[in-house]
Design a protein around this ligand. Structure first.
Ligand SMILES: *Cc1c(COP(=O)(O)O)cnc(C)c1O
Length: 232
């Protein structure tokens, strides 16, 4: 995790978030969408409480993490202090982490295969907790990336509902890094529409305004709020 020295730290997460929200409102109005229709998930991976607490103090409550272990190490304590946090899991999920993910997160955005759906259904029953679920779609059909292939999306969503009794709240995607994101966002919105799904988690620091114009309900922003992460 990144340690920051408050005496030399010039990053202002709360200030960054307000600028981002202004841009979102501009993009919403340009697209003819209702004001306030987008929630910012502040992706706090690799950042410790030093960076997170200023956002909590400013009233922000929706955060994202991409590793179960890392989230387990920093969020339970923050949750005791700020009880209305919404924690969203945005990383690749292994079935052996399903129990911990269900216990820790309010939303899991990365359901992408039957084995995970089955593990989540088991944990829902065992724990009596039901985090909201999004299905991740691998819109760019990248072999190294998580997510259901677009051609299998409808069948997988149906399987989640009928075979595993899971309610699906929406879809999530991460477009290929070297391609224009707009066609991927539009494609995700199209699948969501035909499946009657409300939540669309798409858009990150570099492209959230594009995603907002194309119907995002949740954008996942890390670097533009918290500053650059160390590559690992
Ligand atoms: C890290 C991460 C983000 C945030 O990316 P930035 O470019 O820092 O805004 C969004 N979504 C997922 C799935 C991530 O892992």
């Amino acid at each position: 995790m990144q340690r920051s020295d408050p005496s030399t730290d010039t990053i202002d997460p709360a200030g960054n978030l307000s600028s981002i929200k202004e841009e979102i409102e501009k993009a919403l109005s340009e697209a003819g969408r209702a004001a306030g229709a987008v929630t910012v998930t502040a992706v706090s991976k690799q950042h410790d409480a030093t960076r997170i607490v200023p956002l909590l103090e400013a009233g922000h409550r929706v955060f994202g993490e991409n590793r179960v272990q890392e989230a387990a190490g920093k969020w339970p304590r923050l949750r005791r202090q700020y009880t209305d946090i919404e924690l969203r899991f945005v990383g690749p999920l292994q079935s052996n982490k399903a129990a911990e993910a269900v216990a820790l997160f309010d939303v899991i955005e990365t359901v992408d295969r039957p084995k995970i759906a089955a593990a989540l259904a088991r944990e829902f029953a065992a724990q009596g907790r039901r985090p909201h679920l999004l299905v991740q779609i691998n819109t760019g059909e990248e072999p190294q990336k998580a997510g259901v292939l677009p051609g299998a999306a409808d069948a997988f969503i149906k399987q989640c509902r009928s075979e595993f009794g899971l309610e699906i709240a929406g879809l999530m995607c991460i477009p290929p890094a070297n391609e224009a994101p707009a066609p991927h966002f539009a494609f995700l919105a199209k699948i969501a529409k035909r499946q009657g799904l409300e939540q669309l988690s798409m858009g990150m620091s570099a492209d959230y305004a594009v995603a907002v114009r194309l119907g995002a309900t949740h954008i996942r922003v890390g670097a533009a709020i918290f500053g650059a992460r160390i590559k690992r």
